[in-house]
Design a protein around this ligand. Structure first.
Ligand code: COI
Length: 354
């Protein structure tokens, strides 16, 4: 439900901080732009949507988000082309997904019209924070948190839906080394793995830190029942190329329905690449690595874009992947970038001018 006053209210900053930013040395997600969006939910309705200066907000220690992790988020990006025009990539998909995540976490869904208007207005206001050129973009972080004060274990009756903007460069610089999960799990059948629920990410920090001690950046999660099937990497979905077939796990209630993932599947079909969306076992992967039919592994996500995986570890062995002269990952990354940065035609209608 939307309250009667759904007109977007805008409070602009009096002076911008953009001149203070070292855009060549950004740490992913650490710098925020001048403005942010906020909309409160109370009395069973979303209240007045507001864009205001980025800054601290009032929280109480008793808010449910701190006790029960009732929180969801999204990751999306805006890109600037050579003419200073700005584009969003498939923004409706993110709104649809945050609303699915919200439903799973008993958070009220956010209205589409308000989301799209606020998002476009916010990005337009902070357009000067977007750098041009390959790898540069504005990372957009919509999120919703439970703000009702009270520690009874029940859904909050009050929420905040917010959008923050952060100028970024590539999430992973260079090649990524991944470890295949044998012990810990990211998600379970019937759980919240398909939702972008905040706790899904926090729960990965400890096992990922153990993998990082061994020299890996990320874990490729396997199914929680048998650790037999390869699923996703937490910050990105994963693709495998065996001979000339592109394989990725089917989405399920354990795997995030990645927007970059589905865009790559569409690009693959468009390029006539043989695609197999199926469960791939760890033993099949090891066999393919050993007989040389495993050509590539890459991750796909909003932050990660297309990230090349150079090594994977399983038990005590490390497998190295050789660079391919006809790499699928290179091809998809270029085609995706060219659409996002308005360099090529967009036959899919993914690009939305702000
Ligand atoms: C994204 O790609 O937007 C993600 O949500 C990954 C993030 C945890 C960095």
């Amino acid at each position: 439900m939307i309250n009667t006053d759904s007109t977007l209210h805008i409070e602009k900053v009096t002076s911008t901080r953009v001149g203070e930013v070292d855009f060549d040395n950004l740490v992913f997600g650490k710098t925020f732009t001048d403005h942010m969006f906020e909309c409160e939910y109370k009395n069973g309705a979303w209240q007045r949507p507001t864009i205001k200066p980025y800054g601290p907000m009032l929280v109480y220690p008793g808010m449910k988000v701190f006790h029960y992790g009732q929180a969801v988020f999204e990751g999306m990006k805006a890109y600037k082309d050579e003419n200073d025009d700005v584009f969003l990539f498939r923004p409706e998909q993110n709104l649809e997904r945050i609303n699915k995540s919200s439903k799973r976490m008993a958070i009220p869904e956010f209205p589409k019209e308000i989301f799209l208007e606020a998002l476009n207005e916010l990005v337009r206001l902070d357009k000067d924070w977007i750098q041009k050129g390959d790898g540069n973009s504005l990372y957009i972080r919509p999120f919703a948190i439970a703000t009702e004060v009270g520690v009874s274990a029940s859904p909050s009756k009050e929420y905040k839906f917010m959008i923050l903007l952060s100028p970024v460069q590539a999430y992973y610089k260079g090649f990524v080394k991944v470890l295949i999960a044998e012990k810990y799990s990211r998600s379970a059948d019937g759980g919240v793995g398909a939702a972008k629920a905040a706790g899904n990410y926090g729960a990965q920090f400890y096992p990922t830190s153990l993998a990082q001690e061994k020299g890996f950046q990320q874990i490729i999660w396997t199914d929680s029942n048998e650790h037999k099937y390869l699923e996703e990497a937490g910050t990105m979905n994963v693709f495998f190329r065996i001979n000339d077939t592109l394989i990725t796990a089917p989405t399920s209630d354990r795997i995030l329905d990645g927007i970059t993932r589905k865009s790559i599947l569409d690009l693959a079909k468009h390029n006539g690449v043989n695609v197999d969306v199926r469960k791939l076992t760890v033993s099949e992967l090891i066999a393919a690595a050993e007989d040389g039919s495993l050509k590539e592994i890459f991750g796909a996500g909003t932050a990660a874009v297309v990230s090349f995986i150079s090594h994977f570890g399983f038990k005590d062995k490390i497998y190295e992947l050789k660079e391919q002269s006809d790499s699928f990952a290179v091809m998809f990354k270029k085609q995706l970038n060219d659409i996002q940065y308005n360099i090529s035609e967009d036959p899919f209608g993914w690009r939305k001018k702000v």
